[in-house]
Design a protein around this ligand. Structure first.
Ligand SMILES: *Cc1c(COP(=O)(O)O)cnc(C)c1O
Length: 406
């Protein structure tokens, strides 16, 4: 049997990230236990029947429930200020579970066009085949969101800040629009985490996470989560239990450990990113820096209103185009050349040739993703070392731009 966790209504995020959802077993372990088991035993035939009938509480099978996974769900719910949370095997499984759990054939979705590439593929190429239609609109154009609404629009979907250009979506305004229309607003809060932004408090109905990113925080595991009202999560929870995109207890255990340092990490990610963004803005090789913490960001006021700190993701355009961008990427020694983000290790990505490579050149240009654009996920290394690494990269970029005549 497990002990009840403490009431935590008044705790702050720093405390919740460490203390929420702790249920000790009879062993009185201090750290969270890892229940690495796929099934659970019953004391008697009567007990088995009662568990299956739902008249006796308890675990049956790890596709349905597992105590380690439940501890993570409770902690994330507490952090997001949500009534409940459903964990999933990955961030994309959280997206799929949300759509499958809430919608049916004939329903319509309005989504920001600046969302994760796989989410766009899921909506267009997969769910489109099952009678769900999606209209994509510019994240910051409220009039376009309103124009896209149809009588059968059931869901509004966004990420803020967006990837890679850090545009900001107005969560309160879109929540009001959704409510007025009888639709639900779903926010992918992956870039901010609940430590920096709480979409539910701003009126959103559900929050989605890729636990793979900042929640794990050290690039070890895949996972996802959906947080919101219990009643709205009934469909998604039933989808996970039936269709099976359940989170592994091992991954949940790693992510619980990650959460203990979440608040500290998000502060340092934001601090390091702000310092690099300000420095990059002064460099002549750089045409433009995209970062919500800069005074030059067109939506800085909105970002400050809904985010506690600007976060750790920034992008910048190099004057020398692709030659300069690739030269910089190949010259850095600390930044990892990888598409992942939200890791203690800083990473660097060239969106035009990787994450957005399948998008046509015209569509990329229309979305503002140029050949000279680089995205950084600023990690937890010393900021002076990161700055020196980028300085070396910028010199290589300048040399490449000069020799390519850009
Ligand atoms: C990575 C990511 C996802 C998908 O998460 P996975 O864990 O890779 O499946 C969804 N949304 C955003 C914003 C992401 O960065």
């Amino acid at each position: 049997m497990t002990e009840k966790s403490e009431p935590h209504g008044k705790w702050r995020p720093e405390t919740l990230a460490i203390r929420a959802g702790v249920h000790r077993s009879a062993e009185k372990e201090h750290a969270e236990a890892l229940f690495l088991t796929s099934s659970f035993v019953f004391d008697s035939a009567e007990e088995a029947a009662a568990r299956f009938a739902g008249t006796s509480p308890g675990n049956i099978y790890a596709r349905f429930t597992n105590p380690t996974v439940r501890a993570l769900e409770e902690r994330l719910a507490a952090l997001e200020g949500a009534e409940d949370c459903v964990a999933t095997a990955s961030g994309m499984a959280a997206c799929l579970t949300t759509f499958m759990g809430l919608l049916q054939a004939g329903d319509h979705i309005v989504a920001s066009r600046s969302i994760f590439g796989s989410t766009i593929q899921l909506l267009q190429n997969i769910l489109g085949r099952f009678g769900l239609e999606t209209t994509f609109v510019a994240l910051d154009d409220l009039a376009a969101w309103r124009r896209a609404l149809r009588p059968n629009t059931r869901l509004l979907y966004l990420e803020t800040p967006s990837n890679p250009l850090t545009e900001i979506g107005d969560i309160s305004a879109l929540a009001a629009m959704a409510r007025e229309h009888g639709a639900s607003l779903v926010v992918d809060n992956c870039f901010c985490t609940p430590v920096l932004q709480q979409p539910l408090a701003l009126g959103a109905d559900l929050v989605i996470h890729s636990n793979t990113k900042y929640l794990d925080g050290q690039g070890r595991t895949l996972g996802g989560a959906i947080c919101g009202r219990k009643e709205l999560l009934a469909g998604p929870r039933n989808f996970v239990r039936t269709a099976g995109p359940s989170l592994s207890p091992f991954n949940a255990w790693v992510q619980l450990k990650g959460l203990e340092t979440l608040a500290l990490r998000m502060e340092r990610h934001s601090h390091n990113a702000l310092e690099l963004a300000r420095w990059l803005e002064q460099r002549e090789e750089v045409a433009r820096v995209y970062f919500p913490g800069l005074a030059s960001h067109p939506q800085q006021v909105l970002a400050e209103r809904q985010q506690r700190l600007p976060g750790g993701i920034l992008s910048f355009d190099l004057r020398g185009g692709q030659a300069a961008a690739w030269a910089l990427m190949n010259a850095v020694e600390i930044f990892s050349r990888t598409a992942n983000l939200g890791d203690a290790k800083s990473t660097i990505t060239h969106p035009a040739s990787t994450t957005h490579g399948r998008v046509s050149a015209e569509a990329r240009a229309a979305a503002g993703i140029g050949d000279g654009l680089l995205r950084l996920s600023v990690g937890l290394e010393h900021v002076d070392d990161l700055r020196a690494d980028l300085a070396r990269g910028l010199e290589a970029a300048a040399t490449a731009a000069a020799s390519s005549g850009a």
